[in-house]
Design a protein around this ligand. Sequence first.
Ligand code: SF4
Length: 409
Amino acid sequence: MLKAGQNLLLNKRLWHLRQVQPVKGRHWDLEAVGVSEAALGLTRRMSAIQYGDEVFIQQRQRDYWRGHLGQDWLETERGPALNCRPATWLDLLAAHTRHPANTDIKNEFSWSYSRALKYRHCPRAYYYHYYAAWEGWQNDAPAPVQRAYLLKNLTDLPLWTGTLVHDSIKFALARLKAGHPLVEADLFKRMQARAQADFTDSHSGRYQQKPNQLTGFQEHYYQTGLAAVEWLAAQAQAERYLGTFLNSALYADLQQQPPASFLTIEALQSFSLAGIKIWIQMDLARQAGDTIYVYDWKTGPVEETELRQQLGIYGLHLRQTRPPLSSALRAVVYLLGEDRTLTFDLDEPLLQETQTHIEASIAHLRGLLLDPQANLADLRRFPMIDDLTVCRCCQFRELCGRDKEQGSR
Ligand code: SF4
């Protein structure tokens, strides 16, 4: 790191470092005295963040300068000075993801269906979500990292509608499993209370204090307007989906089943494939005689190949975690918008095909990394996409500078 007595050249102004104090982790406090005419004798407090030999210096809230301790020295009238150039938030994020985490919680590579999907939609969004945002929950994380974490946790109306429905169904099924079925009216009241709380948390900005616990709408963050009428329509849609579910033959059948037959309800679970942790979250798995049924509720449009692959992952999990598995595996997908059920077998050819696909995806995603063992990523290997219609709805558009060009903020 820099030392007291050294010099800094920032924005063509020379500063002499009077004090350099470690704060915590990568952070340092600097006290500098102006040497150039424009800042002569001025004392300025600055903060510095160190990533290896790269130092990011911040004078004001948002602006960074960066210098490389191994190569950016210039000779000046006061001796050598670290010549720092203006740096963007992306420069800092790029340095952040090239270095190991500065916390006990390491960013280990894992795989999930949604992770692979995120990459397919936009490699840069994938990078922000799984790399740039890491450590963003810490109060002393650099501002761009905290921002990436905040944006990662934003939702939007369609996504929120689906979450509301899934949470309500999960609650209803958990009560069935516990042997205490809910009165339907109570379930709707609970959903309405949750919807109101989410809206209030987002509208008030409270979600910014706890981005991973409280709901924040993109529409509020980017100030694109979330009219009460739109929000109420989304809530009404969620209630219709829930009503469809509660009145379905499928739910009527589930109510007749012994609670002990419910194996898992929307629990986050993992298993291992090719030495990598695979995350899954089945909406419901249930044993009935020699068959294990895996359920999935959908509020949006579906594509059959995708669906088979997603449910195939659940099949792989069950095959690995419930051996010896003599039971047949069957998938049940309930399309809430159409009140229609799709069923198919999770048979061996499908599981094989799914496994091959996952292994290829893991190899591809890890192959993009700077250091696959340490799970370090280089921003340049995760390009932005050209389709601005996708960017218009992307939670990360601020980091890409595509919020203003959409005229949204
Ligand atoms: S704004 Fe566009 S390019 Fe940037 S992360 Fe989002 S989708 Fe990708």
